[in-house]
Structures are given as C-alpha cells and as structure tokens.
Design a protein around this ligand. Sequence first.
Ligand SMILES: NC(=O)c1ccc[n+]([C@@H]2O[C@H](COP(=O)([O-])OP(=O)(O)OC[C@H]3O[C@@H](n4cnc5c(N)ncnc54)[C@H](OP(=O)(O)O)[C@@H]3O)[C@@H](O)[C@H]2O)c1
Length: 300
Amino acid sequence: MEEKSRVLIIGATGKLGHHLAKFSLRSGHPTFALIRDSSLTNPERAEKLRFLSDAGATLLKGSLEDEESLTEAVKQVDVVICAIPSKQVLDQKLLIRVIKQAGNIKRFIPSEFGADPDKVQIADMDYKFYSRRAEIRRLIEAEGIPYTYICCNLFMSYLLPWLAQPGLKTPPRDKVTIFGDGNAKAVFVKENDVAAFTIATVDDPRTLNKALYLRPSGNVHSMNELVEIWEGKIGKKLERFYASEEELLKKIKGMYSVFVFIKLVTETYGISVYGQVNGGHSGTYLQNSVACCVIWLEEK
Ligand SMILES: NC(=O)c1ccc[n+]([C@@H]2O[C@H](COP(=O)([O-])OP(=O)(O)OC[C@H]3O[C@@H](n4cnc5c(N)ncnc54)[C@H](OP(=O)(O)O)[C@@H]3O)[C@@H](O)[C@H]2O)c1
C-alpha cells in the first residue's frame, strides 16, 4: 500500500484547523501541528492540543514569523495546510519562501476556504479580502509550488444560524428580510466537511494545481428555500419583507460583521459564487470518495 503523505497543519488550534488535524489523523496521515507558545496558555486551545497529541499528532513549536521553526517543520512533511485567519493571509509569504527553499513539499494548501478570489468581484467594502488571497496565489504559482486551492463557499455556522438577518443571533420567528427576490442560490458547507474534503485532496493527483469547488447539491439553497425550511420547523409562516441590494448595503454599512453580509449580497445578487454554482466554467467533475458529493476542479 502506498504511504500516506505527512501533513503539517498551521492553525490546528483554530476552528477549521482543528477539524483539519483531526481528519488528517483519522485518514492515517502522519500529522504535525505548528504551535505558538501562546496556544499552550489558553485553556481551550491547550485542550485541543492535548486531544491531537493523544490521537498521535506531533506538536512542533513555532510560528509563521519564525523562519527557523518553519524550515524545521516544513522539512519533516510532504504537505502543508495553512488555516490562519483571513485577515492574516499575507503572513503566509515567509512560509511560501521557506517551502520554495526546502523543495520537498508535494502540496501546499493556502489559507482560503471560501469563495474563489480570482472570480469574486465585490464592492469596496471587502477590505481587500479577496485581492490579498489572489496575491498569495500568484506568489505560489510564481514559485512553482504544487498547490490545491479549496473554494468551499460559506461555512454553515456563519449566517445560517440566524437566517442571514443582519443584527440577529438566532433565526427570526415573526418576520424575515429577504434580499432581492430571494431566488438566487448560495452554497453552505459544514466546517468538518470542508476539512474532510481538504484532507481527501492531499494525495489525489486529480487535485494537483487545481482549484477545488465544494458544492454538495443538498447544500445549495436560496433564501426563499431556507425560510421555507425554517417555517416548516417552527410550524409558522413568517412575514416577509424584501430588501433591494442598495437597501441592504445601507443597513449593514459600518456593522462589525459587514463583510459576512457583503458575501451574502454578492452571492444573492449573482455577482460571485453564484456563477460557480450555475457552472459555466470548463473543468472536470469528480465523484469524491469521502461522500457522495459533486466536486468541481478547475485548471488554473
Ligand atoms: N467560508 C467561510 O464562511 C469561512 C468562515 C470562517 C473562516 N474561513 C476560513 O477558514 C480558515 C481558518 O479560519 P478560522 O476561523 O478557523 O481561524 P481561527 O479559528 O481564528 O484559527 C486561526 C489559527 O491560526 C493560528 N495562527 C494565527 N496566527 C499564527 C501565526 N502567526 N503562526 C502560527 N499560527 C498562527 C492560530 O493559533 P493560536 O492558537 O496560536 O492563536 C489558530 O490556530 C481561513 O482561511 C478563513 O478564511 C472561512
């Protein structure tokens, strides 16, 4: 039997990174986690590390700013997966340099895990969210580092628990605001599924130097459909209000989580992820072994 790649996770104490580390271990990959000292003093993070260590992960001390620790970690593995927060994506530059210099990495999966930054067009409210990710892609490609980009669309735990209602933390029980006509569809994927599919790509030659789109057909819903599902659960019809794109943008401007809503605006209005849902690219479908799910691969 072919040996499983050794996988290094950067961000294993984080929300997605912890799932990635768990699935890597569960899939039989020798698994390494790069850990900052500060993680050990945080009880919740220390608990996650204890779990990973007990499950067989090798914990390596270091950080994205420390070249020596990065080099030492990268040299011990075949695959590097980075799951640092969005606002820090440019901090992967040193890691990319180290991977290039080490020359042993068979696959690098940079921190993205959202919409495709090469396809999203967004208003000026995204704080360079996508252009920074695209910058990292261009660096990886310029250095000739083997990669897979994971385009998983929206994490379910964002927006869905409050039916994407700006300002709410639970789903509405009386009235609901629908953006546009509510018929445009978006993709919602569970974080642990994102992790499972990501780990499934690392030794799959079909995913080498490709962007991988996750859009299980059962996870693609319009706002109207989501509201109907919720109404079915609570056994009650909600009063519906319809907001235009302009009205929604006005409502969310200045909100702390403005970006999350912007994402939904772009999806709802068909500017970004939407094109991906409806196809229109040349690529290859593959039926992944993790679950019965459509996965879309696209040549860069
Ligand atoms: N599609 C969506 O809807 C969606 C939603 C949320 C996130 N995401 C994506 O998911 C990915 C992970 O996000 P997350 O929310 O899971 O992140 P998170 O929970 O904030 O965790 C971040 C992790 O990165 C580590 N880290 C941060 N800076 C580091 C550094 N300089 N050196 C080493 N490790 C460092 C942290 O370690 P410490 O324990 O040391 O702090 C932590 O383990 C990102 O790519 C993000 O864009 C997507």
